[in-house]
Design a protein around this ligand. Structure first.
Ligand SMILES: Nc1ncnc2c1ncn2[C@@H]1O[C@H](COP(=O)(O)OP(=O)(O)OP(=O)(O)O)[C@@H](O)[C@H]1O
Ligand SMILES: [Mg+2]
Length: 382
């Protein structure tokens, strides 16, 4: 039985397979759990089953060839057949976890189909129209109304949100979880918290996407009712990333009454047609100025821009896009942004405060399950 003694063993074949690397991951197939089966017949014919990570893997031919060559070199092997199969979803996840050193891919909680968190992305065409001011004031109004609110400052270059909310603490890291600082009951995260001092950040598109993904997945948000995202002005990479990472995010368009601003704002809203997102409405900011004690309104930036954007978007999107409110110019609103106390909290009964509070209410309604949650404890006030 001299032939029997030269029949290759499973160990020998596995050792040969351990020399074959996945051409993309650059790790041995054996380590990647890509070897499905090894069958050796008495005549030295070896049949190897290989799991590809994805169907239609462009490297399939290469893997097949490398496996054949490596196993063919084992003494006693008379022929090699390679059967390709594809990993199941679970196997792929397990592999990803393995590659990440045991850490499972973090999911974005708000992107799950059963998420109860309402997500709003605050967008504008032009810069400086008051996006960040509107974001923090809406967040503060919603929090004061009893909602659990988070804010993501996705304006990588601007990042003014932490200052406007007085939340410039660094986030705490526990294990691999980032705990966001809280101000006025709002959880806040900003790229500004991860950069040194005031140095400008020059980030390319893929890095922005990754940063945003991280903000959304690695930050411990808890159970939020609302997440507001302050986007940079215009229709850039971030707006696309938000649409990809959070397809259920609704867009809030901020504009001034100026016609030129309105045209650009409409463009920012219109990308929702491509990303299939809903436009929750338009907010006109800096609508007019009314001096204290006077009943005369001065329309510094003209009139009608908000309505123009609503009409244009209603027409182009084919669904009604409402004008949610017109916020007047208020010295206190600017001061509140500089001092870190949102104006809706310091002067809720001002005209701007009233408009912002009514928009907040319209967007999120009554707090979810509030009656059950109060249990006689009055909500925190500041
Ligand atoms: N209704 C308002 N009344 C008075 N000042 C306002 C009002 N809205 C915004 N401001 C002030 O205008 C300036 C620009 O506002 P803000 O930073 O919110 O705009 P933005 O759209 O986020 O700007 P950017 O495009 O730079 O991110 C700030 O100083 C802010 O305090
Ligand atoms: Mg801003």
């Amino acid at each position: 039985m001299g032939y029997m003694s030269s029949t290759p063993t499973t160990e020998q074949v596995n050792a040969a397979l351990a020399t074959v690397q996945d051409p993309e991951i650059h790790r041995p197939l054996t380590e990647l759990d890509m070897v499905k089966s090894v069958e050796i017949s008495a005549d030295g014919a070896v049949s190897v089953g290989i799991y590809l990570t994805v169907a239609g893997c462009p490297m399939r031919g290469r893997i097949e060839k490398d496996v054949s060559a490596a196993v063919g070199k084992v003494p006693g092997v008379t022929g090699v057949t390679v059967d390709l199969d594809v990993m199941s979803e679970d196997q792929r996840k397990a592999l990803q976890t393995k590659l990440r050193g045991g850490q499972a891919e973090k999911e974005i909680p708000f992107a799950k189909p059963n998420s109860l968190t309402k997500v709003f992305a605050v967008a504008s065409g032009k810069g400086g129209v008051g996006k960040s001011s509107v974001t923090v004031n809406l967040a503060a109004a919603m929090a004061a109304q009893g909602h659990k609110v988070g804010v993501v400052d996705a304006d990588i270059y601007g990042h003014s949100v932490p200052r406007m909310l007085g939340a410039d603490d660094r986030p705490t890291k526990v294990e691999d979880m980032i705990l966001p600082p809280t101000a006025h009951g709002i959880k806040v995260i900003s790229v500004g918290m991860f950069t040194q001092g005031n140095q400008p950040v020059v980030w390319r598109g893929p890095m922005l996407h990754r940063a945003l993904q991280q903000f959304l997945a690695d930050v411990f948000w808890g159970d939020l009712d609302v997440l507001l995202m302050d986007l940079p002005p215009g229709t850039g990479d971030i707006a696309i990333s938000v649409a990809q990472l959070l397809p259920n995010a609704e867009i809030l368009v901020v504009t001034t009454p100026q016609q030129a601003a309105a045209e650009v704002a409409e463009r920012a809203g219109a990308i929702s047609a491509q990303t299939h997102q809903r436009v929750a409405g338009v907010i006109e900011n800096m609508s007019y100025y009314q001096a204290p004690g006077s009943d005369e309104r001065t329309y510094l930036f003209g009139e009608g821009g908000g309505q123009v954007v609503c009409d244009g978007l209603t027409k182009s999107l084919g669904t009604r896009v409402p004008l949610l409110g017109q916020i007047p110019l208020e010295v206190g609103l600017r001061e509140g942004g500089d001092s870190g106390t949102p104006f809706v909290l310091s002067d809720p009964d001002s005209e701007a405060g009233k408009v912002l509070r009514s928009i907040a209410e319209e967007l999120v309604g009554k707090p979810r399950g509030l009656s059950g949650m109060m249990l006689g404890i009055s909500p925190a006030r500041r």
